[in-house]
Write a protein that binds this ligand. Sequence first.
Ligand SMILES: Cc1cc2nc3c(=O)[nH]c(=O)nc-3n(C[C@H](O)[C@H](O)[C@H](O)COP(=O)(O)OP(=O)(O)OC[C@H]3O[C@@H](n4cnc5c(N)ncnc54)[C@H](O)[C@@H]3O)c2cc1C
Length: 401
Amino acid sequence: MDQREEYRAAARTWLQAHAPRPADGLSGEEYLRRAREFQAALFAGGYAGITWPKDAGGQGLSTAYQQIFGEESAEYELPTDPFMIGMGMCGPTLVDLGSAEQKQRYLPKLLSGEEIWCQLFSEPGAGSDVASLQTKAVRDGDGWVLNGQKVWTTNAQFADFGALLARTDPERSKHAGITMFVVDMHAPGVTVRPLRDMSGRAPFNEVYFDDVRIPADAVIGELNRGWQAAVTMLSHERVSIGASRRSRNSPLEFGALVELARRNGTDRDQGVREALAEQYAHERALELFNVRMRQETAAGNPPGARGSVAKLAGALLLRRAIETAGQAAGAGAVAWDPEDHATSELVRGINSVPASNIAGGTNEIQRGIIGERILGLPKEPQVDRDMPFRELKVGTQRTPA
Ligand SMILES: Cc1cc2nc3c(=O)[nH]c(=O)nc-3n(C[C@H](O)[C@H](O)[C@H](O)COP(=O)(O)OP(=O)(O)OC[C@H]3O[C@@H](n4cnc5c(N)ncnc54)[C@H](O)[C@@H]3O)c2cc1C
């Protein structure tokens, strides 16, 4: 057996022993406890931060091994959501840009499930155009004082730390006066309020900062180079969302859709069969695109703007899947038994699809990136790019910055 096959066999055995059985109806706290336990087990088993360098607490392996572990874990519904932002976005950004002290302080506890992270970028007036952000950090002695509001912050309700973008120099142009900080979510002056989505759950939040003190060593990367840090994190985010493998048990995967058609007796319908065949072809094409992207990354060619292709294709695939699900469910798409677990999961999956076309950058934004950076089309005109931020009329800016 070669090394990779050995790794696959070991990962399979480990998952059989450690993957928690799917559990319905867990309270938020029980789910969180389960997620922490599983993350701790991943760390102890050597399966957390597979591609992170060893000095950052990772395993120092190539993406081929990450891919193998991803393929094996797709057989399970693993409780990894609370760590998704930390492991997929904040952690890799700290690996790239964090100081030696930051890496030592934060990464091991993220990997071992002791600390949870969130991403504090979006504001009421700054989503797609996140460089319009108005949360400001003002120098005070050695440290900073933070004031402002963030929104749509996933997992802020149980996060210990956040990677936050704040304006640190309003005299500079809007992209040039931003800094990225580590913020302690338990610090005095941080208020987290839940926001409900249409499924009735509250996966994200509004977060308010009122005179929150941040120490000088909380800057990630360099002062006033937060935009570059944000671009680093967003590229990790797109790859993490786009290239992540959904569980094969997900109700919007091809296998589950075939099963849905069988249960509803629509599997002999020609239209449904064609929709399922197309679903399979698109799912497989995206899977292979992601395999290739990971292999190229392993060979030293980072994905860059191709992460946007993966993110966009993943979002469009889900949209296609809900149409296929509607056809496969037949009359069951209009009325269903709420006690029926499989159908309730499907409905929850369908309700989450619009959000997946927005979170991590909307489809229009991904198309813009692909147009400019892959296809070489002309850039969108940006009249505000070189003006000092203080002079701009942006978003909800009412008072001088
Ligand atoms: C489920 C979910 C989780 C999220 N989690 C987080 C999180 O943890 N942390 C965080 O910081 N943010 C988070 N977000 C916020 C997310 O990043 C923003 O919602 C997203 O970037 C869009 O910003 P917006 O909502 O302000 O929409 P807007 O930017 O106001 O966009 C409105 C519409 O205009 C279109 N549009 C805007 N600009 C352009 C353009 N230049 N060209 C073409 N069309 C354009 C958009 O595509 C969209 O259709 C989350 C969002 C969702 C849905």
